[in-house]
Design a protein around this ligand. Structure first.
Ligand SMILES: *Cc1c(COP(=O)(O)O)cnc(C)c1O
Length: 394
């Protein structure tokens, strides 16, 4: 059993992928070839926003969004400590300060109540947030933006987040690296904030065969700025540079792969949801496991199917039982971002974000992809059940 089975998907559409890649070899426009525009137009239509910009990775997509808002030293960007490192890395890379805000255990996404408290704290210079440990008494931060993450494919609570951001005049960036294909209140993920950023890393819901990403926005001006940033801050032509940017283009061959995979993507989202519902039916009665819950009005893209054990030792027992039956599992994420060595200069400590820390010690993910079979899921459920039978929870 595979944790994510990309080979089954490829077997289904291999001739089409080959045809698309050969098309690039034939026309020879390896950088910004016609497949890039075709992909941007297909995906912006699917998401329902006016601009899509293909770029080299999900990390670059986030970086380009923050650069477009001219985020830099002295700026506070609010985000979750329970995410992949890149979410906060781009904030530090620009010299700005990641101000972490704890998550809701029910969604693993940023807690809007705590978000407002943190923004108010920084905006009014109340200096109670742990981030003030690293600032000297005369240093202040200017609240600029929020990066909300749609963790494991489930959109964050953008209704609440946008309301708060509007009140304090902050930009909202959606880290949709894991949620392409998800929905919230009739809108697609990547259409839920001022700028949204997704990733086409192979294991993401829509993945290419290398690195890739995309920015989405309805804001004409931001789209134009990000288009310029993507090519070294280009102005009227390639050798006219009007700002400092990056080399953030997507390869044409990766766009060709994505165009081919996108043809079956909507169907794959349905298959992922079928698989998630089947897990719910099979293991929903195991009361000592907390299963992922999709709130009213939302649909997850199920990048991961992640559950919470009661404690770390129970989690390790369950994982080793699954492992014995050749069922792969993974832990996303074993260490919250505020406790990463790279961020020690920010002065965060254990205990600062207790929900994230507790989740990091109890969470694990089960095999999840569009082509997982009912038999495979029954085997997973059987292994979990027998582990509980051997060692019943308290
Ligand atoms: C994967 C991921 C990224 C980074 O995307 P890359 O394409 O790997 O650069 C950023 N944020 C989250 C939440 C991710 O899962």
């Amino acid at each position: 059993m595979k944790f994510i089975d990309l080979a089954l998907q490829q077997a289904r559409i291999r001739p089409n992928i080959e045809k698309r890649i050969l098309g690039v070899l034939d026309h020879g426009h390896y950088v910004l070839g016609p497949e890039i525009e075709e992909l941007e137009s297909r995906l912006s239509q699917y998401v329902g926003v006016s601009h899509a910009l293909a770029c080299a990775s999900g990390t670059d997509a986030l970086l380009m969004a923050l650069m477009a808002y001219e985020i830099g030293p002295g700026d506070a960007v609010f985000t979750t400590p329970f995410s992949f490192f890149a979410t906060a890395e781009v904030i530090s890379l620009l010299g700005a300060t990641p101000v972490f805000v704890d998550i809701e255990e029910s969604s693993f996404n940023i807690d809007p109540v705590l978000l407002e408290a943190a923004i108010r704290d920084v905006a009014n210079d109340e200096r109670t947030h742990p981030v003030y440990r690293y600032l000297t008494a005369d240093e202040t931060l200017a609240p600029k933006a929020v990066i909300a993450v749609d963790l494991f494919g489930l959109p964050a609570d953008y209704l609440a987040i946008s309301n708060i951001a509007q009140k304090y005049n902050l930009a909202v960036v959606e880290d949709a690296a894991q949620s392409f294909g998800a929905e919230l209140n009739g809108q697609k993920a990547c259409a839920l904030a001022d700028i949204a950023c997704t990733s086409f890393y192979p294991a993401k819901p829509l993945g290419c065969y290398g690195d890739g990403g995309m920015c989405f926005t309805n804001d004409d001006r931001m789209a134009e700025i990000m288009r310029s940033i993507r090519i070294h801050g280009m102005g009227d032509h390639q050798y006219d540079n009007i700002r400092v940017g990056i080399n953030g283009r997507l390869d044409t061959i990766q766009a060709a792969v994505l165009l081919s995979k996108f043809e079956i993507f909507p169907e794959e989202v349905v298959l992922r949801n079928t698989a998630a519902n089947r897990y719910e039916t099979l293991i929903g009665s195991l009361s000592s496991l907390k299963l992922p819950k999709v709130p009213e009005g939302a649909q997850s893209a199920w990048a991961q199917y992640s559950l919470l054990a009661q404690n770390q030792s129970q989690r390790e027992r369950l994982r080793s039982r699954l492992n014995k039956e050749n069922i792969p599992t993974a832990i996303y994420y074993p260490k919250p971002l505020h406790l990463q060595k790279a961020f020690t200069p920010l002065g965060y400590r254990e205990g600062d974000f207790p929900v994230s820390e507790s989740c990091a010690g109890r969470i694990f993910s089960l095999p999840m992809h569009p082509y997982i079979t009912a038999q495979e899921q029954e085997k997973v459920a059987g292994a979990l059940n027998s582990s509980f039978a051997e060692c019943p929870p308290l």
